[in-house]
Each structure stands twice: as C-alpha cells, then as structure tokens.
Design a binder for this molecule. Structure first.
Ligand code: BGP
Length: 473
C-alpha cells in the first residue's frame, strides 16, 4: 500500500472564500473584503490600486461568499459523508481580533471556530488550520501599513497564542501563512501591502516577507510550547519551473525562477537566509531589517513539515522576447506545447506534481503535505446533478502521480486536501463560476443564488478513493 495507513485525505477552503457573514459575530473588516469582483480585482490584489473602503459601485464576493458561517454543519456533514480524514480551513483573523491590535480576543469569533472544530471531530475529521489565508484586519493596514510594519509580528504572536491555547486538543495541524511566496505576486491580498508612489516595491515586499518569516518562527515556537503535539507547517505556492529549451541559459533561468519561491521555504525549513538570496538582496541594495534575535529565531524554530499547493508546472526562457508570451496565471509562465490547459489557461501537468514533490523532498527532507490541488472549471447543474468527469480525470491523474512519488520515489507524504472541496469564490477572479468542488453551490458570479448544495459526480468518486486509501481511482 503506497499511502500511510493514517493518510490524511480531505479537502481545503479558506475563510474569506467561503465564510461570508463579514459583519456578524463581531468580525472586523479585512483586506479580503475590499477586493472587488471585476476589472479592479487584480490591481487591488497587487496593491497597485488603493481601495480601502467598500463602495456601492463594486461587488465584493468575500462579503457573503457561500455563507459557510451559517451552513458549516451541513457542509461538514457532507465532508464526513465523503469520508474526509481532514479538513483544511482558515481562521479569519478579524473574527478573533476585529482590529488586529486589541489586547483581548473576540469571544464570539473564538466560539465559532471551536464549534466548527467540534463538528469536524464528530465525523472523525482532523482540522488542518491555516492561521492566515490571504487575510489581514483592515485596521492593521490603514494604521500600520500591513506586514511592512514589524509590529505585525507582535499582533500575530498574540493571535497564535490565543489560538493554540484555546484549541489545544482540538487542532494539531497548523499552517502559518498560506502561499507565503504570494506576497511577491499579490502583495495586498497576500500581506495587506499597498505599494505607495516612490516606494521601492521589492524592498517593501521583502521587508514584509521577513516579518512574516520571523512571525512564522515565533508561531512554531509558541505552538510547541503550548502543546508538543502541535505540528506546524509552512505553505508554498509550488510548481517547478521548466526551461523552455535545453540551452544552458534557459536552464539557468528556470533555476532562478524556482529560487524565487524556494527562498521562503529555505528560510522556514532550513532556518537561515540562503546564500543566493543574501547576495541578490545585497546587489539590489535591499537591506532586510533584522532585529537582534531574528537570526536565532529563524534558526531554532523551523517548520515540522512542508505543505504546498500545486496546480501547474511553469515554463520560462532566458530570452525576454519569448517570455512576453505568458499564459494566463498569477505566476508568469510560457505556454507549454506539451500540456493542455483549463479554461483559465492554467496548464495541466500531473507529472509536474511528481517532479515538484521530489524537488521539495530532496531539498528539505521533511514530510510533505499537499494542501491544494484541483481543477477550476465551469459546471452545469442539470436536474440537480453535475457530471464533472473532467474534474475526476484531473484529480485521478494527479493522485496517480502523487502515488508514484510515494511508492516509487519514497517521498514521505502526510496527506492530500484538494482545493475548494465545496464550490467557493475564486481568489484570482472573484468568480463563483470557476468551480473546484465535489459539492455544487447555487450561486453565480453576480452573487445571486439560493446557496443550495448539490453533490456532483466527483463526490461519490472521491468517497471511493478515500475508502480505498487511493487504490480505487
Ligand atoms: C491558491 C489560493 C487559494 C485558491 C487557489 C485557486 O493560490 O491559495 O485561495 O483560490 O489558489 O485559485 P483560484 O481561486 O484563483 O482559481
């Protein structure tokens, strides 16, 4: 049997993409609330367009999302029916500390997640909790400038101390920052950064990244002190970069591209800034604001496991002219002629998952956890059912590749949670029509729909996969 007996099969969501109820339970406003649907979504997510107040001209999908806040019992029951062993979800920071900088947490927010975790355990589902998934209280952005301000480390420490204490015995698996490398691509969405005129964008991003890296180390320390059973992971938006040709210049370029992402995990897992990053930052004149004990913290409190999302491999060329023709993705990539792509241009590469897993395992020698993978597609609900064979095909091929990595290559894998196990708002487009789920939710891109849940064909398929521990694909 390739997978461990206790392999954690399940699905993943994020608070801002499913909870809704943005003004209930004492929740404060967060960055994700003010990212609108439509043409402004990208510039706002990138921190290039200032949008700090909700207005009536835009539609903000995170405000209602799929209303998991009121449907969580029904949804978790469905996850239980599929046989989930784990459910990856995130905490909305502003439910716990509405402004982010209060001394005392908001009890209603704490109670909500406690109820959710208890509900999971009813079905034998182990929660896997992302502490922040593209999520930062708005007040920390307007008052402090988001993660570019070192004070955020203290607010985050307060947050995690409350979480680890309150949920001791209920939650064991924690991820500190979702797709930590996303800070380079979507800095507002990822870290509450607004890039002001005249600011050195890269310096701002790497300063904020440093603060998150140090905060992550603190979280690991605190988690282990509060409960030695706690397992803390980092989370990378992964996908290896191929060279466009076998010209050494292209191969070199692909290595540089991968380093951009490895940088974060190198720090979180190996415990120090890697030599290539120190040199590059120096060359660019970027000075990272190391405080006295930062180096010690990074060194002493590395993560227990490496989690990552994988949707696609990437492709790059050393020739800037060639690199202009990028395919549709948050991560710039060339179109790979050997791969098919989703309707959104995300290229489909199951073997790329095996390559990525091997690269990560060789580099870090720590257990891996695939916490996101899946196909965003347009589904058609006919007579209350969705025949999503395309999704089953995608998942089957990726699970096969993951099996090869475990069985043939010996990669140590803790679990697999497919992304958006229930349809939710897409992070990049803000649309509902980019669906990933085993469960269809009646809601459209304009926010209309009765929120009714329907099982898709993939629901029973995944149930069978889990029941057979990945044998029956
Ligand atoms: C990852 C994010 C998720 C999720 C996923 C799919 O980058 O961690 O939040 O949304 O991508 O992306 P999208 O929703 O844009 O299709």
């Amino acid at each position: 049997m390739p997978f461990r007996k206790d392999f954690l099969w399940g699905g993943a969501t994020a608070a801002n993409q499913c909870e809704g109820a943005y003004q209930e339970g004492g929740r404060g406003l967060a960055n994700v609330d003010v990212v609108p649907h439509g043409k402004d979504r990208f510039p706002v997510s990138m921190g290039k367009l200032k949008m700090t107040e909700l207005d009536n001209e835009h539609y903000y999908p995170a405000l209602e999302a799929i209303d998991f806040y009121h449907h969580y019992k029904e949804d978790i029951a469905l996850f239980g029916e599929m046989g989930f062993k784990t459910y990856r979800m995130s905490i909305a920071w502003s439910r716990i500390f509405p402004n982010g900088d209060e001394e005392e947490p908001n009890e209603e927010g704490l109670k909500f997640y406690e109820d959710v975790f208890k509900e999971c355990h009813k079905y034998g589902i182990e929660p896997l909790v992302t502490i922040t998934h593209f999520d930062c209280p708005m007040h920390l952005i307007t008052e402090y400038g988001g993660w570019k301000n070192r004070k955020l480390i203290d607010f985050y420490k307060r947050l995690v101390t409350v979480l680890f204490t309150r949920y001791k015995g209920l939650v064991k698996y924690w991820l500190t920052f979702n797709e930590i490398n996303m800070i380079l691509h979507l800095p507002f969405m990822g870290a509450g950064l607004i890039i002001e005129e005249g600011e050195n964008e890269e310096a701002v991003k790497y300063t904020a990244a440093h603060h998150e890296l140090v905060a992550s180390a603190w979280a690991t320390k605190i988690a282990h002190e509060i409960d030695p059973e706690n397992m803390v992971g980092c989370m990378l938006a992964a996908g290896n970069t191929y060279a466009n040709t076998c010209a050494p210049e292209d191969v070199w370029k692909s290595m540089e591209k991968d380093r951009e992402n490895y940088f974060f995990i190198d720090v979180q897992s190996r415990g120090a800034y890697p030599a290539y990053a120190i040199k590059e930052l120096e060359r660019k004149g970027i000075e990272i604001p190391f405080a006295e004990d930062d180096k010690e913290m990074l060194k002493n409190y590395t993560v227990d496991f490496i989690s990552f999302s994988y949707y696609s491999s990437r492709l790059t060329s050393a020739d800037p002219e060639v690199n202009k023709e990028t395919a549709g993705n948050v991560f710039a990539t060339l179109k790979n002629p050997y791969l098919k792509a989703s309707e959104w241009g995300w290229q489909i590469d199951p073997l790329g998952l095996r390559i990525t897993m091997n690269a990560l395992y060789d580099r870090y020698q720590k257990p891996l956890f695939i916490v996101e993978n899946g196909l965003g597609a347009k589904d058609e609900l006919v007579n209350g059912f969705v025949e999503d064979d395309y999704r089953i095909d995608y998942l089957r091929e990726h699970i096969k590749a993951m099996k090869d990595a475990v069985e043939i290559d010996g990669v140590d894998l803790l679990g697999y949670t497919s992304w958006g196990c229930i349809d939710l708002v897409s992070a990049s487009t803000g649309e509902m029509s980019k669906r990933y789920g085993f469960i269809y939710v009646d809601k459209d891109d304009a926010g209309h729909g009765n929120l009714k849940r329907y099982k898709k064909k993939s629901f029973d398929w995944y149930k069978k996969v889990i029941a057979s521990n990945g044998e029956d694909l």
